[in-house]
Design a protein around this ligand. Structure first.
Ligand code: GLC
Length: 437
């Protein structure tokens, strides 16, 4: 092997090592995640906000027809769902639109008016009547009741002004009135993870965790009321869903590339784990790490999109992986990447894989921590409802997550199942609205 190739391989191994997590590392993540969960539940300062969702899991007997609005990452969705009362539900109609970047970062009023106008289009023939709306708002919200809550902070690139610290239900209700939709009543507010759990639990009684691996990442789970120390109403024997807001977990070892991506973000120092896992960041993280090989003269990227910020999208990492083993020209065609030499492609793919593997292992460790928090011996069955494009479209991510979770849970892992719950976030809030009326 010539010295150029040797040096390239050496540098590649060094970069891969920076993304490596041993079993010991994962065990430490589980233990510090448990610490943060406990302090968060006690209302003390913690990375994990542990936000009460003011609802238990549904029974499956809920009935009725509901509207649901789902705003989270890049899209806004409205659906009309009908619940049969026997665990089956049907989406009657749905409509989806992209939220323009200017609105994510403009004024809150403009953002909420845009949302209300989309609902108006959805209901175009209806001018009155009573409509109950479930509102999925996928950001950290401190709920005061089932249908009200204050935005703690924006995440995932949103910065719209005048919303942080405000009751998002009120902001939506006001926008609905301005749009002539005062007859629409907001019956429930929920995080997307909570919606996902509820949608799955409607037909699966062992579902007690909801997780999202999409533009952002987060999870929620079912906690005994007696363990939610900070929650004044924590009396009685029931349970309540807790939105963990795990994207903000920070007790993880960051490498030089994590630090670069954090500094460039509009919320430096926050959402540390989200920046290591979610779709909004993974492509860019891989691009920055691949850039190191270029900076050291090991690969040629002069004419490649990888030289530009945002030049590698998370969906291209998936394409890169699924194209493994195919011809160079086919891989390039499939991924849409240009300006990468054939001899450099294996190194680019190896770094992408290292980034995705770490993301999946951290996710598995945190899911294992959540299951063990509820049931240390894993004596019961648990179903984890999962949604999000990263899990859905990236086979390497979902495979590593499942394998890693199995290893971490050990001998009782067979009682823990993962169930894909596509579009659960919107449907689930309709279930929650029905469960609590
Ligand atoms: C971000 C939000 C969180 C949401 C997650 C997935 O982490 O803060 O509320 O659940 O993205 O959309």
């Amino acid at each position: 092997m010539n010295s150029k190739i040797k040096s390239k391989n050496r540098t590649l191994r060094e970069i891969e090592r920076k993304f490596h997590l041993s079993n010991d590392d994962l065990a430490k993540i589980i233990s510090s995640f448990h610490d943060e969960m406990k302090t968060g539940l006690a209302g003390k300062k913690s990375d994990l906000k542990m936000l009460p969702a003011f609802t238990d899991a549904p029974s499956g007997k809920e009935k009725g027809t509901f509207l649901a609005l789902d705003i989270g990452g890049t899209n806004l969705r409205v659906i009309e769902a009908s619940l049969s009362g026997n665990g089956s539900l049907k989406v009657l109609r749905s409509s989806k639109t992209r939220i323009p970047a200017a609105l994510m970062n403009g004024s809150g009023t403009a953002l909420f008016d845009f949302i209300a106008s989309h609902i108006a289009k959805f209901l175009h023939t209806k001018k009155s009547g009573k409509f109950k709306l479930g509102f999925t708002f996928s950001f950290p919200v401190k709920q005061k009741s089932l249908a009200s809550g204050l935005l703690i902070t924006w995440t995932k690139g949103f910065t719209a002004s005048g919303v942080v610290g405000k009751d998002v239900t009120k902001l939506l209700q006001m926008a609905l009135r301005r749009t002539g939709l005062g007859f629409v009543e907001i019956a429930a507010l929920a995080n997307d993870t909570v919606g996902t759990l509820a949608a799955c639990a409607y037909s699966c009684q062992s579902c007690d965790v909801g997780a999202i691996f999409g533009t952002g990442t987060n999870a929620c789970y079912l906690e005994k009321l007696s363990k939610i120390k900070k929650f004044g109403g924590a009396k009685g024997r029931g349970s309540m869903i807790i939105n963990i807001e795990w994207g903000n977990f920070s007790r993880l070892t960051r490498n030089e590339f994590d630090i670069v991506i954090d500094k460039k973000s509009n919320n430096p120092g926050k959402q540390v784990m989200e920046k290591m896992i979610s779709g909004m960041y993974l492509g860019e993280l891989a691009r920055i790490a691949i850039g190191k090989l270029y900076d050291l003269g090991e690969i040629e990227l002069e004419k490649s999109s990888l030289r530009r910020t945002g030049g590698l999208h998370t969906s291209q990492l998936s394409a890169l992986e699924t194209a493994k083993g195919e011809k160079y020209s086919e891989i390039i065609g499939k991924t849409g990447l240009s300006g990468i030499r054939e001899e450099d492609l294996p190194a680019v793919a190896a770094i992408s894989r290292a980034v995705v593997t770490r993301a999946a292992k951290i996710s598995a460790a945190c899911l294992a921590a959540v299951i063990m928090k509820m049931d240390p011996q894993i004596a019961r069955k648990h179903t984890i409802a999962v949604d999000g494009a990263l899990y859905e479209n990236h086979p390497g991510f979902s495979r590593t997550l499942r394998n890693s979770l199995k290893n971490l849970l050990g001998k009782n892992s067979s009682g823990v199942k993962i169930r894909k719950t596509a579009d659960g976030s919107g449907i689930g809030v309709a279930v929650i609205a029905a469960a609590n009326r």
